[in-house]
Design a protein around this ligand. Structure first.
Ligand code: 3SL
Length: 245
């Protein structure tokens, strides 16, 4: 297995795709996706375009669907839910199709949606993602941070480092056979520095600051929990994520 870390979807190569793409948006899209599927949502359907989401969700019975998403961190007007993982309780999402739009996470998913396998990861389901990668042994893996409008987000790269580090720990191969770019070395170093204090870095980073202004400290605390959900979102068809296994 060769692991490549890309801090943002814009940094991924345009002329080829990996065997497995792992999309990461710790604050908060991929944390929300993992939580919704863990709470029994049937599927999460992701859209970067708001109008397309409205059009597609219209085709479903109102009791089968939930419209969820944010712009600038705030719930889209008229939608059932925002993008807080804390809203995704079994009482709310069980057996529903979640139609989700977010600023960066859904865009990152779109960038790699044609890869053979696409999964999503966050701190909360890091171990589940690692278990899948160890079991499947894809030859090339891209860990893709969603970032913020083309810029790097520290929490996504730290999570990429958390995944890469756990894979290295569970492998007999030397690191040089697994680490495929310098970004992976940097991501592992970043996670090693902050692993015992992730919440603190989430509160300092730019998107954490944005969410704090919207009263999002409970979300930050939740998103910083590591290996807490045993669920793996996997793409069934482009833009549609379901629970693996
Ligand atoms: O940009 C995204 O995809 C979101 O996860 C951002 S937010 O945390 O919901 O504001």
């Amino acid at each position: 297995m060769k692991i490549f870390v890309y801090h943002t979807p814009e940094q991924t190569p345009d002329d080829h795709l990996p065997d497995c793409a792992v999309v990461i948006d710790v604050l908060r899209a991929t944390t929300t996706i993992a939580t919704a599927l863990n709470s029994g949502a049937e599927a999460v359907r992701v859209f970067s375009d708001l109008d397309e989401l409205k059009e597609q969700s219209q085709l479903w019975q109102p009791n089968q669907r939930l419209r969820a998403g944010e712009r600038g961190g705030e719930k889209v007007e008229g939608f059932d839910l925002g993008n807080s993982p804390l809203e995704c309780t079994p009482e709310v999402v069980k057996d529903k199709h979640l139609f989700l739009t977010t600023t960066n996470g859904t865009r990152a998913l779109q960038k790699v949606e044609r890869a053979n396998t696409v999964i999503t990861a966050a701190q909360v389901n890091r171990q589940a993602a690692v278990n899948f990668l160890i079991e499947k042994q894809p030859e090339t893996v891209w860990l893709v941070g969603s970032g913020w409008q083309g810029a790097y987000s520290v929490e996504d790269t730290a999570c990429a480092g958390a995944i890469a580090q756990l894979i290295l720990q569970n492998s007999d191969l030397p690191a040089i056979d697994i680490i495929a770019n310098d970004e992976t070395i940097g991501a592992i170093a970043l996670y090693s520095q902050w692993r015992d204090n992730l919440l603190n870095v989430f509160r300092q980073c730019s998107h954490g600051q944005r969410l704090l202004k919207l009263d999002g400290d409970e979300d930050l605390k939740y998103c910083a929990r590591t290996d807490f959900l045993n669920v793996l979102p996997i793409q069934k068809e482009p833009g549609v994520l379901v629970k693996y296994g």
